[in-house]
Design a protein around this ligand. Structure first.
Ligand SMILES: *Cc1c(COP(=O)(O)O)cnc(C)c1O
Length: 389
């Protein structure tokens, strides 16, 4: 593999995917963001500040836990869990939120808006806004508001205003639409803090940058523990931010299989076709007329018909593999990890665990799998309880 895999061939493009297809008012906003990002990302004082917050506020570095009992039970590859669930606010989202809020501050914004699905990005954004004393509005699909009522209350506790969006099925896609409308109206004072590796350029590149800490750490940790690279890295894919963060440091290591896991009900990378959605070109689930199809995953964070453009490129080039998992397999994995390791995973992360349960026995005892545990499952236990009854 060559370095080309992480280097878009033109700014904002990953092969034919990515780009920026937005109304004219937004183009200058995105250009300003792009300039700020490229200015600060290599600025030593910015890096120092970002690392300070990762360490002192997020709680990094988090462990790479050897899942000894699960490994023994499955009888195959040694399984390691990258513990993003142990971050402050309980998921990987805060890595990106802290990075973007520092950018927002540098750019002089005093109001932050964001979309959220599971509520995790909303909570992470509201948290960062509270810490930085910024005004915060979160857009959330009405159905997600219902499914994740505790996260709604958390965001309000943190001082954010939560706007419930009932249109378009009331899911993540509708929330993104509304957040973009807000940005078009208020772009002069407002920073749109995007939660996944999606959206028009420069967002996928920014989110990749701030999430890459996951694989930079896991690579160092697995080398320390095992003295070699893993054979596979497994992560769930919604918009693709935890997966891109879990993959990025390994992209040029040809021997490492990169495996993204999607719900069968939102299998964008398996069943999607190229389209422009929310301002960027990527694979997308769509009907005959090219309209985005509604998705129906039990994991709100994976319930999105699009995917980050870099994943479409990794798929097209064959560098990463993408597989699907059923609801039942997710529920089984959710319980399995809880019982065998004492770790309740987020339903999203349980997709990665579910694929690992299939993959580990197919590999040898000398093989190593790193599973990205993108978040903890406390937010999901009430919903899972209902589903199991
Ligand atoms: C939001 C979320 C996801 C899905 O988002 P990605 O951008 O695909 O990572 C996965 N896991 C958890 C715990 C989440 O909160």
């Amino acid at each position: 593999m060559t370095q080309e895999f992480t280097q878009p061939n033109k700014p904002g493009y990953f092969g034919e995917f990515g780009g920026s297809f937005v109304p004219e008012q937004l183009q200058s906003v995105l250009k300003r963001l792009e300039d700020a990002f490229y200015t600060y990302k290599d600025d030593p004082s910015f890096i120092e500040e970002y690392q300070y917050y990762l360490r002192e506020y997020v709680g990094r570095e988090n462990p790479l836990t050897y899942a000894e009992r699960l490994t023994k039970k499955l009888g195959g590859a040694r399984i390691y869990l990258k513990r993003e669930d142990l971050n402050h606010t309980g998921a990987h989202k805060i890595n990106n939120t802290v990075g973007q809020i520092l950018l927002a501050k540098k750019m002089g914004a005093h109001r932050v808006i964001a979309e959220t699905g599971a509520g995790q990005h909303g909570v992470a954004t509201a948290t960062a806004c509270a810490m930085m004393n910024m005004e915060c509005t979160i857009y959330m699909g009405a159905e997600d508001v219902r499914r994740q009522e505790l996260n709604v209350f958390r965001m309000e506790l943190l001082g954010a205003k939560v706007v419930s969006v009932a249109t378009g099925g009331g899911r993540l896609k509708a929330a993104v639409d509304e957040a973009l409308n807000d940005l078009v109206k208020n772009y002069e004072s407002t920073f749109y803090l995007l939660g996944s590796a999606v959206g028009p350029h420069p967002y996928p590149t920014i989110v990749h940058h701030f999430q890459s800490v996951i694989s930079e750490e896991s690579k160092r940790q697995v080398m320390e523990r095992e003295g070699r690279l893993p054979d596979a890295v497994v992560a769930c894919v919604g918009g693709g931010s935890n997966a891109i963060g879990a993959f990025s440091a390994y992209v040029n290591d040809e021997s490492v299989r990169l495996i993204g896991v999607e719900p069968v009900e939102a299998a964008t990378l398996t069943k999607g076709k190229p389209a422009v959605l929310h301002g960027f070109q990527s694979l997308c689930l769509q009907d005959e007329e090219g309209n985005p199809l509604p998705t129906d995953s039990i994991a709100a964070g994976l319930d999105y018909p699009g995917v980050g453009p870099e994943h479409s490129y990794l798929k097209q080039t064959g560098r990463a593999e993408y597989v699907t998992i059923t609801k039942q397999q997710v529920l089984d994995a959710f319980q399995e990890l809880s019982k065998t390791e004492g770790i309740i995973p987020a339903l999203e992360s349980a997709h990665a665990v579910a694929h690992t349960v299939k993959l580990a026995p197919a590999l040898g005892e000398n093989d190593i799998i790193v599973v990205n545990l993108s978040g903890r499952g406390d937010k999901d236990v009430a919903e899972v309880k209902k589903m199991l009854e």
